[in-house]
Ligand binder design. Structure first.
Ligand SMILES: *[C@@H]1O[C@H](CO)[C@@H](O)[C@H](O)[C@H]1NC(C)=O
Ligand SMILES: CC(=O)N[C@H]1CO[C@H](CO)[C@@H](O)[C@@H]1O
Length: 285
């Protein structure tokens, strides 16, 4: 089968429509850990995570999703954030989990944050790409989006696509499409590796460190574990275009330009790490 046929087949098998969510953090998420360090504020419009020497904090979506287009606005830990990591990701959990990651690695005041991305399929990751941002992510809220549909995964920042992982199952490369995922976020201490490879440690005199979230928006298909099916209901089919969305040539050009100017690590060019040959998706991309 061509990949086109596979996409069509999967679209038919999951002939659902989209649920749109732009509710409050109370409605869409549960605070999972951090003993009071994560807070929902402003009638559910704002969520903050904090980290101090004793603990970080995190939240998780109430729903599991099988495909979605999710946007979140984040304002990262300001000032000296070295050693801290703010992660925002989709994951199905378990040893053969699928996962789509955004991680923000903090830095000393004035030094750039690193945006780290990864894609896991069937428990296997090792697909890191890292970027600097073209703005200071601690000054204002910016929108970080994941589009996940049967054709591809697209990471975007303020609407600019920065990375695409295409469905290349026809070339024998696995793609996340069978395991529903939750949305997670957490703020934690990773000063053993995060900043300059672990050289710069967290300065606890600056604690608590705080990251803020607002305007979560999802067009997504909600998984029901009781019926083992994905259901979405929207009376407007026009709202389902995200399910078959892929990058047009303008989008491809924009990714190229971001990668040229802001990418600092790409596993697909790391021949030292993969002396036996680069992963197959690197040549099919
Ligand atoms: C922190 O700043 C240094 C110096 O500019 C840079 O090399 C590094 O990539 C930045 N980010 C992290 C997470 O280390
Ligand atoms: C999220 C989204 O795209 N919603 C759209 C669904 O369709 C209506 C009517 O066309 C639009 O007004 C919404 O913006």
């Amino acid at each position: 089968m061509t990949s086109h046929t596979i996409v069509l087949v999967s679209l038919i098998l999951i002939s659902f429509t989209a649920v749109v969510s732009a509710g409050s953090f109370y409605q869409d998420f549960d605070i999972k850990w951090g003993d009071g360090r994560a807070k929902i504020l402003d009638s559910g419009k704002l969520l903050t995570l904090s980290l101090d020497k004793a603990s970080g904090s995190g939240f998780q979506s109430k729903n599991q999703y099988l495909f979605g287009k999710v946007d979140m606005q984040l304002k990262l830990v300001p000032g000296n954030s070295a050693g801290t990591v703010t992660s925002y990701y989709l994951s199905s959990l378990g040893s053969t989990h699928d996962e789509i990651d955004f991680e923000f690695l903090g830095n000393l005041s004035g030094d750039p944050y690193v945006l780290h991305t990864n894609v896991f399929t069937q428990g296997k990751g090792n697909r890191e790409q890292q970027f600097y941002l073209w703005f200071d992510p601690t000054k204002d809220f910016h929108t970080y989006s994941i589009l996940w549909n049967p054709r591809s995964i697209i990471f975007s920042v303020d609407g600019t696509p920065i990375r695409q992982f295409k469905n290349m199952q026809s070339n024998g490369i696995s793609f996340p499409k069978d395991q529903p995922m939750w949305i997670y976020s957490s703020l934690w201490n990773a000063d053993d590796w995060a900043t300059r490879g672990g050289l710069v440690k967290t300065d606890w005199s600056q604690a608590p460190f705080t990251a803020s979230y607002r305007n979560f928006n999802a067009q997504a298909c909600i998984w029901s574990s009781s019926s083992s099916s994905s259901s979405c209901s929207s009376n407007n089919p026009a709202n389902n275009s995200w399910l078959s969305e892929s990058l047009d040539s303008t989008g491809q050009e924009r990714i190229k330009s971001v990668q040229k100017n802001y990418m600092i690590y790409n596993y697909c060019t790391d021949l030292k790490r993969f002396p036996q040959g680069l992963p197959p998706e690197c040549s099919s991309a």
